[in-house]
Design a protein around this ligand. Structure first.
Ligand code: PHE
Length: 342
């Protein structure tokens, strides 16, 4: 084996390495030149027949080429691997089913609130709002609940250091709205309210209420019944039996509690309605003359006087009935297992 042949072998090997397109081909190149039975080894083996001087010379050269080719093959190998990695990343299997994109959910109270607003807006009601932090005047006095009135107990609340309190109902917005807007008017007031209350499956210290108020010259309980009936029908998407029973609120006279026939047993009495066949959902009544006066309006039957009705219901209660939820605490517990169902 001469020097020329070695050079030729080296050149051929370099060409083959360059040509190799994948690891399999590169492995073949490796065994062909550097393998046990490879060409370089056979060169080294054939040295035996040569003189000592030549052995040393050619042997040295052959070993040099061997290690050179080895590095070349390694370089090429990492190049191929990198290329394959990039290709694998770019590769797109159109037959693989897509990943499901998880969408957020609207909170059941948001859903219920939107539905309520939509229904009342369709009946010509305007959606008004008021502050969560309220003056004692609006939450109590203006609503005919003076300081020494025992009814204050019903709406025990949190008094804040800034002299305000957390409103216990949305009724203060009746007064706020009538101060600024002249009747005839029709509004609903959705909003958070707070109660100094121990929690259980049907009580929370933070609630979402919707107030309703309609004021005009000749407004009666019949108007209240008509509007509320239409609302129930649209909200629950079926005919709903409901009843008004006498109740007491300082800011309405007469006052009622409104109950709907139990949605679970349809009035036949079951545990859901505590065996009564009815579910209380709202307080309501004809706006008390003092509330009109405190809002700067003249109450009927005085000349140019106004009449009106108001109601207030808890949105949680309505949503519980609509979506069949059995614990009010679920609404604000941020439990995804609950929230994902809507
Ligand atoms: N504000 C009352 C409550 O929170 C409900 C109500 C509203 C009653 C309007 C009558 C009229 O209990």
């Amino acid at each position: 084996m001469s020097k020329i042949n070695l050079k030729k072998l080296e050149n051929q090997a370099k060409k083959d390495i360059k040509k190799a397109e994948n690891l399999k081909e590169l492995n073949l190149v490796f065994s062909r030149y550097l393998g046990k039975k490879g060409e370089l080894n056979s060169v080294l083996r054939s040295l035996e027949k040569l003189s000592l001087k030549e052995k040393a010379k050619i042997g040295k050269k052959a070993n040099f080429i061997k290690s050179f080719l080895k590095t070349e093959i390694e370089k090429k190998s990492s190049l191929i691997k990198e290329k394959e990695r990039v290709q694998a990343e770019d590769w797109f299997d159109v037959t693989v089913p897509g990943k499901k994109i998880t969408l957020g959910h609207l909170h059941p109270l948001t859903l219920a609130r939107r539905k309520v607003e939509e229904i009342f807006q369709s009946m010509g009601f305007f959606v008004a709002e008021g502050p969560d932090m309220e003056k004692e005047w609006y939450n109590f006095d203006a609503l005919n609940i003076p300081k020494d009135h025992p009814a204050r107990d019903l709406w025990d609340t949190f008094y804040l250091k800034n002299g305000l309190l957390l409103r216990t109902h949305t009724s203060p917005v009746q007064v706020r709205y009538m101060e600024k807007n002249n009747p005839p008017l029709r509004i609903i007031v959705p909003g958070n309210v707070f109660r100094h209350e121990a929690t259980d499956a049907s009580h929370e210290f933070q609630l979402f209420q919707v107030e309703g108020l309609m004021v005009d010259r000749e407004i009666s309980v019949a108007n209240l019944k008509a509007v509320v009936g239409q609302f129930f029908k649209s909200f629950f998407e079926k005919d709903i039996n409901f009843r008004l029973r006498p109740d007491y609120f300082p800011f309405t006279e007469p006052s009622f509690d409104i109950a709907i026939e139990c949605l679970v047993c349809r009035g036949k009495k079951c545990p859901a309605c505590k065996e009564t066949g009815w579910m209380e959902v709202a307080g309501a009544g004809m706006v008390h003359p003092n509330v009109f006066k405190n809002s700067g309006l003249i109450p009927a039957p005085l000349a140019d006087g106004w009449q009106g009705w108001a109601f207030g219901f808890g949105l949680e209660r309505m949503a519980m009935l609509k979506y069949k939820i059995n614990d009010i605490r679920l609404f604000r517990s941020n439990d995804l297992r609950f929230l994902k169902q809507f």
